[in-house]
Ligand binder design. Sequence first.
Ligand code: NDP
Length: 600
Amino acid sequence: MSIPYLPHRFSPAELDAMRARYRAERERRIRPDGAGQYRRAAGEFGYYATDPYTERTERAPVHDRVEAVVIGGGFGGLVTGARLRQAGVQELRMIDEAGDFGGTWYWNRYPGLHCDVEATVYMPLLEEVGYVPKWRYAPGEEIRRHAVAIAEHFSLYDDALFHTRVTELRWDDDAAEWTVRTDRGDEFRSRYVVISSGTLTQPKLPGIPGIEDYRGHTFHTSRWDYGYTGGDQEGGLHKLADKKVGVVGTGATAIQIVPHLARDAEHLYVFQRTPSSVDVRDNRPTDPAWAASLRPGWQQERMENFLTIVTGGHADEDLIDDGWTATARLQRKLLTGSLDTNLSDEEREYLDEVADFRKMDQIRARVDQIVEDPAVAELLKPWYRYMCKRPTFSDHYLQAFNRPDVTLVDTADTGGITRMTETGVVVGETEYEVDCVIFATGFEVGISGVLSGTLPVHGRGGLPLLGHWRNGPRTLHGFYSHGFPNLFHLGSIQNAASVNFVHVLQEQATHIGAVVAEANKRGALRVEPTPEAEEAWAATIRETAPDNFKFQSECTPGYYNGEGKPRPVSFSYGPGPVAFHELLRGWRTEGGMDEVLVTA
Ligand code: NDP
């Protein structure tokens, strides 16, 4: 999109001024305690660990044997379950801590919940299940129901264990199978184990002094308390009509809940530390004529088209044409993808920076167009580069600040909320009395229970996986490690990601399904890479991983950059997901299986 009032090229002085402003805004928000500023949702706040949607029922421990276990019932686990079924796996056990399938869409049910990646490319296995999304950007409930539909379609409820946490995996080399132990006393055997336990699963709370003293009502957005607010995911929070409500946080979640709270609460206080970039949403119902015109293979085509464009590749046509496909160059700053190889590093950096400034100027101009009070508009403008924070999209969020019953409280200069009292929230010297505080404060970032240590894995000879990975993950293609046979990881270890993460997970699941099918066909004893294959992949990652350290170091703090302290090395495959998926396909057809299938 062209921005008429900006010069096409920035002068050096303009670039310097912008950089200085970004630095100053970053300095205002950096906290010496970094990621240590948060606290776990435990102890007094331990009710976050309970499931408000499904009653936990007692059951006898399981002591049996299955062919494959998938840990995690979100989309990663579901697509793997589907591919394993297609690979002929009969005895398949899905396990999740939640009371049903859906992962993030099970836990998050807040009003306004939508996915901001287009439903036709985000919701997996649409053609297999025979479903066309009703909206361009699907509401959470539609997505959750689709997760359940996948589980039903592929018979994934058979043998599933819900409200169950795997506490240990131990390899038995003689039997060539895993012993799986859980917090429900289960102890069973499985030939294969797939770990797909998600990345943003544990709600986190700000470590605000006095948070325990507050006597009003509180909850985290991922455990929405409709008993207190009334209404449902579509809004209508009628019980808030006589309540003063505070929301802490202005990330992608808050952007979606604020319009509902603004409409329904007596008064809403939005406690903001860093404003999000909020772009146009433009949601609309799916055109039935378009849906009827779809031909087999349509979803894969759209997914590939989207992935190619957002990772900097060329496609003749942009089938999705939205806020993500328009910002591919900017996403490359955080994620992997193709580079303009005809440019020098300096030229590329200059073009990236200019494109970034133009985009963010457009985002800031949109705030001025929508928000009537210039002082409030000023506070809502983000001053950082586009991918420093998760970009957001809404046609209702900024508008909420034009209401007389909504107050924006900026907390940038105090590093967030100063403290909480029995009756309210204090910022600087000012106390805001509220009946309820809703924490839209996000999630702990962990690649999986394996890396956080909550799921101990012992391979051949009792070797702990975290010991094997003490200098960073060691895998072939991110899937498996030497000494840990028949164990697959799904997620973002030593591979390539995209904003449409479910697509990436689906390619991983397809690969795992193909490897298991081939292992069974050949009667392989184990699936296990050699140390040499593992080392060669580690070298590929080292050589190609993008160097985002400078970009991340200059970003405003957030969970993308360890709250201002980014890791110096990245563990992703530099050429990006399109190239990675091609590499996997080539590996499968060109004898790669011989590398990991141990038959004698
Ligand atoms: P985030 O971690 O993105 O945001 C947390 C918010 O809480 C930030 O605004 C943060 O401010 C604020 N905060 C934390 N501590 C304090 C404090 N002490 N005082 C004041 N403010 C504070 O969490 P979200 O739940 O919004 O989003 C998490 C992720 O979930 C997203 O990044 C995205 O990946 C995913 N998501 C995806 C959606 C989709 O449509 N696909 C929709 C919603 C979420 P600060 O920025 O200054 O740290």
